[in-house]
Ligand binder design. Sequence first.
Ligand SMILES: NC(=O)c1ccc[n+]([C@@H]2O[C@H](COP(=O)([O-])OP(=O)(O)OC[C@H]3O[C@@H](n4cnc5c(N)ncnc54)[C@H](O)[C@@H]3O)[C@@H](O)[C@H]2O)c1
Length: 391
Amino acid sequence: MFSEEINKAEALRWAMVGGGRGSQIGYAHRSGASRDGHFKLVAGAFDIDADRCRDFGINLGLDADRCYADYQVMFETEAKREDGIQAVSIATPNGTHYAISKAALLAGLHVVCEKPVTFTVAEAQELKEIASQHSRIFGVMYGYTGFQMIHQAKEMIQRGDLGEIRVINMQFAHGFHATEVEKNDPGAKWRMNPEVSGPTYVLGDVGTHAFYLAQLMAGLTVDSLCCTRQSFVKSRAPLEDNAHVMMRFTNGAVGTLWASGVNAGSMHQQKIRVIGEKASIEWWDERPNQLSYEIQGEPARVLERGMGYLHNDDLAVSSNRIGGGHPEGFFESWANLYSRFGIVMKAMNAGDLETVNNTWYPDIDAGIEGVQLLERCVESADDNAKWVDFA
Ligand SMILES: NC(=O)c1ccc[n+]([C@@H]2O[C@H](COP(=O)([O-])OP(=O)(O)OC[C@H]3O[C@@H](n4cnc5c(N)ncnc54)[C@H](O)[C@@H]3O)[C@@H](O)[C@H]2O)c1
């Protein structure tokens, strides 16, 4: 069971860039970070609009002089304070992640950045090098990976419960953008603009989540892939609102990834199905407390979070905040991740590299692999769905 006995006096002084009033994901960051006392919000450059940022920050309880019009000013000003910020989360549109992350690391801050971390693999690798040179933690907000049943799945695959892995089906295919909603929705509009969103839309926006979940669960290495992508709402071209990817893994397994915003009628439909020679497991983010486990020739079963028959893996059990039967959800998953970020950031500050190296969290390598997926998908799709090497 999760332990809430941490010393709240040791909360890291934390700020946000982006995630302002009305943003889609700002509250999830603040809720996750504040839940367990590892982080205390003390400053922010929350908004592209300086007045709205100030008003919003004050309403959140911040001092007016710590609500900044600009992230550069925030990093410079906070660095001069004895009680200045130690960590920052970046929840701005994709095109700004690289510059803000780089500036934060160079200012000596630990970083949690939204996905996709950058537009190019070269940029993401540069961030990794800077983080390493400055001994800073770089976490990536793959927010679904704090769900306990993902870690149960990982443990089952590692123990061989499924046998050799043969097929992985990944999908995140929602229907919210089945029509041209971006005409009236600024939060959707930037996602369709290559200058802000990057070289992809749904592949980066949702495909990276499903891909990383599968990579975390099964731990396979992608050998090559082929991708086809379409803009069913024509005005979105050249960015896709639907994409299919086929993958070959180095162990001989194969996989598919379906990323879509035009799956009319669907909510999320984020599902990962891992098929081995003996059995299959399937996880669905709309029912995150359950994991389907189907052994060939036996009745299908559903494993439930919080039950004694689960493998006693670190995250599958120790992050339970309440017993089985009571549904935990999205915000608990984020809190689990922010707990991990807090633990490794504090350990890094204390020079405790053993804890840093032995604590799992979605790190910059996870971010790099996500951007690599996007680069390879674009390369393939724009060359008539040619098979391309992943590495
Ligand atoms: N991890 C997840 O599950 C998840 C879910 C949704 C969005 N995201 C990611 O989070 C990021 C933000 O997405 P969103 O949907 O919240 O966007 P949004 O458009 O709803 O909100 C963006 C916020 O950033 C602010 N902003 C923009 N540029 C800024 C700048 N230069 N400085 C300070 N603030 C700035 C805006 O004013 C706004 O408050 C994206 O990278 C997106 O991919 C991740």
